[in-house]
Write a protein that binds this ligand. Structure first.
Ligand code: ATP
Ligand code: MG
Length: 147
């Protein structure tokens, strides 16, 4: 399956970065299979981040995610390309904490946010984009967000 799923988060949308970020993937040779804008509700985001909510031990993390996403618009995409596209997209996106991300990655180029600053402001770290991390996540997330 040479496909992956990405979501541009509210911080990217509010900053008008959608087209600029997507260009990183098309310039890398990937094709946009489908895309949409979605107004996020509580059920969608809790389902999307179910495993993360179980994993992250920060008190109030779930409430922070809800405040960040519910009622906001995100952009969803399925990208296709060559074998290894899931890993390649995550390489282009960069690590979770933008302050640790290389300047050539999307998170490193467009965000300076850190876990410390996010905790101070009682919100999740703003890293602009989500990218699926396994074939199983691609299937789950594509059907969750597109259907
Ligand atoms: P994503 O799943 O959004 O692509 P990721 O795979 O790099 O990001 P995950 O561990 O899956 O990272 O965490 C999901 C999201 O939850 C992160 O992108 C970030 O917004 C938030 N998050 C995770 N850990 C923390 C943390 N320690 N402090 C603040 N926010 C966090
Ligand atoms: Mg993740």
């Amino acid at each position: 399956m040479n496909k992956t799923f990405i979501m541009l988060k509210p911080d990217a949308m509010k900053r008008g970065l959608e087209q600029e970020i997507i260009k990183h993937f098309t310039d890398d040779g990937m094709t946009i299979e489908k895309s949409n804008h979605v107004l996020v509700n509580e059920e969608l985001i809790l389902n999307h981040y179910k495993e993360v909510i179980e994993k992250v031990t920060i008190v109030g993390f779930k409430e922070r995610l809800l405040r960040e996403f519910v009622g906001e618009t995100v952009a969803i995409y399925v990208l296709s390309g060559t074998e290894g596209i899931i890993e390649r997209v995550r390489e282009l996106v960069g690590p979770t904490e933008p302050v640790k991300a290389d300047k050539h990655t999307i998170r490193g180029k467009y965000s300076q946010d850190s876990y410390a600053l996010a905790a101070d402001e009682d919100r999740p770290v703003r890293n602009l984009i989500h990218a699926s991390d396994s074939p199983e996540s691609v299937i789950k997330e594509t059907s969750l967000w597109f259907d």
